[in-house]
Design a protein around this ligand. Structure first.
Ligand code: GLP
Length: 244
């Protein structure tokens, strides 16, 4: 695992965008694995800028997203499809039909079958990840067991708390999600994890300050990946005592 300590959130995002840009220029028809949440927003802003100002070309890129809330349709402003369209896809030259976010409404089993098939049909060159305060990646919550493939996951109370900041009230936060499985995430050729935001110290310590690999902190599984890069801020590094 490679860890990059950046001086600011903007620097974290610019360096993460550099890795994505390098890949998009080298393999202009590859598949990117994308993520939602506040952490990747700066990366998306940077990619939009590079597309508009520097001609970074997404016209042959395809994408698959990590997860979607069960119960929210694409027009719901808190659905992850809506998030991706409004924060990235609508502003770059990716073809809408080449983007995939799992469906949150309709028959869950049918949606999962389609999601798994789509993941298996191609190879993800780079999977972008954020980190949940409880150590989750995508919506793979801590527990005794983690799952290889896309599945429905009941959200932890702490995740509902954390994500309630985006909803008018806590009651409106969906209680479950469909998520890519840990195995599917680990099969991406490169992983790029950006850690930002409140309450990430504990999970970051377990990732960066110990050799632990545990289903009780799903992000620790990425220690097993051959090509994972983690971007943290100087502030977080100091808070957890990470010196490299
Ligand atoms: C959600 C998403 C995760 C994301 C996490 C942290 O639970 N399913 O993919 O990493 O939130 O989000 P944030 O970056 O807003 O802290």
């Amino acid at each position: 695992m490679k860890v990059i300590v950046a001086e600011s959130y903007a620097a974290q995002c610019a360096q993460a965008a550099d890795l994505i840009e390098e890949l998009v220029r080298e393999k202009p028809d590859c598949r990117l694995g994308l993520a939602t949440g506040s952490s990747p927003l700066g990366i998306y802003r940077e990619l939009i800028r590079r597309c508009k100002e520097e001609g970074l070309d997404f016209s042959r890129i395809c994408s698959v997203n990590l997860d979607e809330y069960v119960g929210l349709g694409p027009d719901h402003d808190q659905s992850y499809r809506y998030f991706m369209d409004s924060n990235l896809f609508d502003h770059i030259n990716i073809k809408p039909e080449n983007t995939y976010v799992a469906k949150g409404t309709g028959d869950v089993e049918e949606n999962l079958r389609e999601f798994r098939e789509l993941i298996a049909a191609g190879e993800t060159e780079l999977q972008l990840l954020g980190l949940g305060a409880d150590g989750h990646i995508a919506f793979n919550e801590p527990g005794e067991v983690l799952w290889d493939q896309a599945h429905q996951e009941k959200l932890d109370e702490s995740t509902i708390d954390a994500n309630s900041r985006f909803f008018a009230s806590r009651d409106l936060v969906p209680r479950s999600a469909v998520t890519m499985g840990i195995g599917e995430i680990m099969r991406a050729k490169k992983l790029l994890l950006i850690i930002s935001g409140a309450n990430k110290e504990e999970a970051s310590k377990r990732l960066l300050m110990s050799g632990e690999i545990s289903t009780s902190c799903p992000v620790t599984l990425i220690k097993l990946h051959r090509d994972a890069t983690v971007f943290i801020s100087r502030e977080l590094a100091e808070a957890i005592g990470y010196t490299g």
